[in-house]
Design a protein around this ligand. Structure first.
Ligand code: ARE
Ligand code: CA
Length: 452
């Protein structure tokens, strides 16, 4: 069930939060495909309530693909364009609920009417669970799965009628060629209901990654959902922050007690954790954030997703310039708004690194006991990460074949010579990293097409 490896491209994903379908399509061609990403996760595509906040995307009004991120035709064009660039689309599936009861009634982004217990032609009062209060106690399994998450009208996913409707929506997306689904709020849906929905799909083996926020002491944990998909492992991101903020020497312990590697989706942050203080880093962490991404991409645990959103100051505010029904296209030349992590040389280089070392284990671990680590990936690659405020010069012991290698992290194309004993010397800048991989010996931009 793990994210399928795309031959020669690994399985690394990029999460383009609140990017319009047109801008994702253009980015697939210009950057994402050539950089070697295998997947892009996009924001929810279904019709939703109007409003300028980003989170209107998470209040479905109907399953028509008419959202503030684009039309059905634009979505289809994105899927096709990205596929032509070697990149599969992972859609964010919001199926636990419809609109907030507190949002009352109105008209969605596609022109559909909605209200409490009122989604004409789709759902009515019988489609929702009996509990009509909001979840207040995450220690209570019944409440978490049958009551309203922040007032969102909770679908009766135990009923065949609702399961058929949801499966119809997901099958529509499959017919357009999506490669997989991020399952929103899975904790709030019984695992058996999700399995019953998945069995109704035209491809019941399609890749799913569940959003189940593992929190200590709660009765519902990510491991419960592995019957129908992988799960995001939020504790990885929290642990990563802890190490980057303190000492990374012990960072190999990051996976202790976590989901098995081949079932865990990992990230440095996502759209919730970056703004809600869920204990992860975010883009505001600057170099340390980049180094966290370098570690995630270098270390063989889980299915990594690089996160790329917009620079927010207000938790609820949508992309600057949003209207009630449309988000402006993303633009990486607008650096005041978009983080465009996928264009950073460090990220592009490390995606290339991860693809080059697929299937190898950690070798030649070294650390200085505080904030400088280095390790190999068999005879295929070697990385050093300096999470300290001073540059470090030293000789590293690798298992790489002798030869010349181009550093994949810096944009400068600096070359290093590994001697016949597998050693090379280098100076790694403060809060910097360096990565060498077999196949990277030609001094070219790691993001250029045809260099994988
Ligand atoms: C908005 C308003 C609300 C209003 C509601 C309905 O903010 O005030 O009542 O609309 O009108 C997103 C936003 C919400 C937004 C919602 C709908 O974050 O602010 O509500 O969209 O527009 C729990 C869930 C987890 C969920 C997080 C946010 O378990 O599934 O809360 N994450 C997903 C998405 C979110 C999205 C939704 C679900 C809803 O990623 O972006 O909400 O589709 C502990 C628990 C966790 C819990 C966490 C936070 O850690 O263990 O389970 O996560 O606390 O409460
Ligand atoms: Ca539910």
């Amino acid at each position: 069930l793990a994210a399928p490896e795309v031959p020669g491209r690994g399985s690394t994903a990029l999460n383009l939060f609140q990017w319009t379908w047109s801008s994702v399509a253009a980015e697939c061609t210009s950057t994402i495909g050539p950089a070697g990403f295998a997947y892009v996760q996009v924001s929810p595509p279904q019709e939703h309530i109007q409003g300028t906040s980003w989170w209107t995307s998470y209040q479905p009004v109907s399953y028509r693909l008419e959202s503030k991120l684009g039309t059905r035709a634009e979505f289809k064009n994105m899927v096709d364009t990205c596929r032509a660039a070697g990149v599969g689309i992972i859609a964010d599936a919001v199926i636990n609920h419809m609109t907030g009861a507190d949002a009352g009634s109105g008209t969605g982004t596609g022109g559909s009417a909605f209200g409490v217990d009122y989604f004409p032609g789709l759902y009515d009062g019988s489609s929702f669970n009996d509990c009509r209060s909001n979840i207040s106690n995450y220690g209570d399994r019944y409440q978490v799965q049958n009551c309203r998450l922040v007032s969102l009208q909770d679908l009766r996913t135990g009923s065949n009628a609702v399961r058929d409707r949801i499966a119809g929506y997901l099958n529509d997306l499959l017919s357009l060629g999506v490669a997989g689904f991020r399952m929103d709020a899975s904790k709030h849906i019984p695992a058996a209901d999700l399995e019953a929905i998945k069995s109704r799909l035209t491809n019941p083996n399609v890749f799913w990654v569940h959003e189940v926020i593992g929190s200590a002491g709660e009765p519902i944990q990510p491991s419960e959902y592995l019957g129908s998909g992988d799960s995001h492992e939020f504790q990885y991101a929290r642990n990563l922050k802890g190490y980057m903020d303190g000492s990374i020497a012990g960072i190999r312990g990051i996976t202790n007690g976590l989901l098995p590697s081949d079932r865990a989706g990992v990230f440095v942050d996502n759209h919730d954790t970056e703004r809600d203080g869920h204990g992860t880093m975010n883009y505001q962490w600057g170099q340390k954030y980049l180094l966290g991404n370098v570690f995630m991409l270098a270390y063989p645990y889980g299915w990594p997703t690089v996160y790329s959103g917009y620079k927010f100051t207000d938790r609820d505010a949508g992309v600057p310039g949003s209207t009630a029904t449309r988000v402006p296209d993303a633009s990486c030349s607008n650096t005041a708004v978009w983080t465009c992590m996928q264009r950073k040389p460090e990220i592009k280089g490390m995606v290339k690194f991860r693809n080059a070392v697929t299937g190898t284990a950690v070798t030649n671990w070294w650390d200085d006991g505080s904030n400088h680590i280095a390790f190999g990936r068999g005879a295929k690659g070697y990385v050093t990460i300096n999470n300290s405020a001073s540059a470090v010069t030293r000789t590293y012991q690798t298992s790489l074949p002798a030869g010349e290698y181009t550093d994949l992290v810096s944009a400068t194309g600096t070359r290093y010579t590994v001697d016949s004993s597998g050693r090379f010397s280098a100076t790694v800048p403060q809060y910097g990293a360096l990565a060498l991989a077999v196949g990277s010996s030609t001094p070219v931009d790691p993001g250029e097409p045809g260099t994988n």
